[in-house]
Design a protein. Structure first.
Length: 244
């Protein structure tokens, strides 16, 4: 079926996306919206056109030409990403719909946003040198003795340099897993905390210190508190074991 755009007969044709990914690189949140573009070429025998462009998120806008795209011609689609309030990795898409045959292309938007001081204070209030944390208290909750449970804490690289998170905890009941092991600029990672009560004789509330810092900057380490309430098991008679 033929359609008419700006007085020219067009049909669905074979088109090719020249820019499947666009990397904004490292952005500073304070710099505001940034613009990139992607190119589509018409490899088909018929004239076609860009029917619609749909970003995956309201943080991304798009503009495009509605002019007919003749065989062999290339058109440009522009997109604008607003990093304000969005520190961390950019992972958005822009879908480009062509002609009247429901064909489409997808552009992946990449990059990382280094948060402004205001955003970091609000979302990552705990300062840890080159890194910021979402909280200084890691709540594990109530759990029985001789059991274990995971808890998680987010961490962000607040600088334009790659950093390596480090930690120290002398309590063998605590295991820590940091992902990723190195944080590129603006990257968000996770501290995975596993509390295994098999390795503690304490019954009742516990607060275990955990020191965290970036690279070798121990002078600016943050001391976190892993908190839980360990409940005693009952013995064979059904009686609850008394706290030590």
């Amino acid at each position: 079926m033929m359609a008419t755009v700006i007085g020219v007969a067009v049909a669905g044709g074979k088109t090719r996306l020249l820019t499947p990914e666009y990397d904004f690189g490292v952005l500073q949140e304070d710099q505001g919206a940034v613009t990139g573009s992607a190119f589509v070429v018409n490899d088909g025998p018929d004239t076609t056109y860009v029917r619609d462009v749909r970003p995956s998120c309201g943080c991304t806008g798009a503009e495009y030409s509605r002019e007919p795209l003749a065989p062999g011609d290339t058109t440009e689609v522009w997109f604008t990403y607003n990093p304000v309030g969005r520190p961390g990795t950019i992972g958005k898409t822009v879908k480009i719909y062509m002609g009247d045959d429901d064909s489409r292309h997808t552009v992946r938007l990449l990059g990382r946003v280094v948060g402004s001081e205001l955003t970091l204070r609000r979302s990552y209030p705990v300062n840890c040198g080159e890194m910021r944390l979402t909280d200084s208290i890691i709540e594990v909750g109530r759990l029985p003795e001789n059991s274990g449970r995971h808890a998680f804490l987010r961490i962000i690289n607040a600088t334009a340099d790659t950093v390596t998170p480090r930690y120290e905890c002398d309590n063998r009941a605590v295991a820590v897993d940091i992902r990723p092991e190195r944080l590129v600029p603006g990257d968000i990672g996770t501290f995975g905390i596993y509390l295994n009560t098999k390795f503690t004789d304490t019954i009742g509330p516990v607060a275990i210190p955990l020191r965290v810092w970036a690279d070798g900057d121990t002078a600016r380490a943050a001391t976190l508190s892993i908190r839980a309430v360990i409940e005693p098991e009952s013995d064979d008679s059904g009686e609850i074991r008394k706290p030590l």
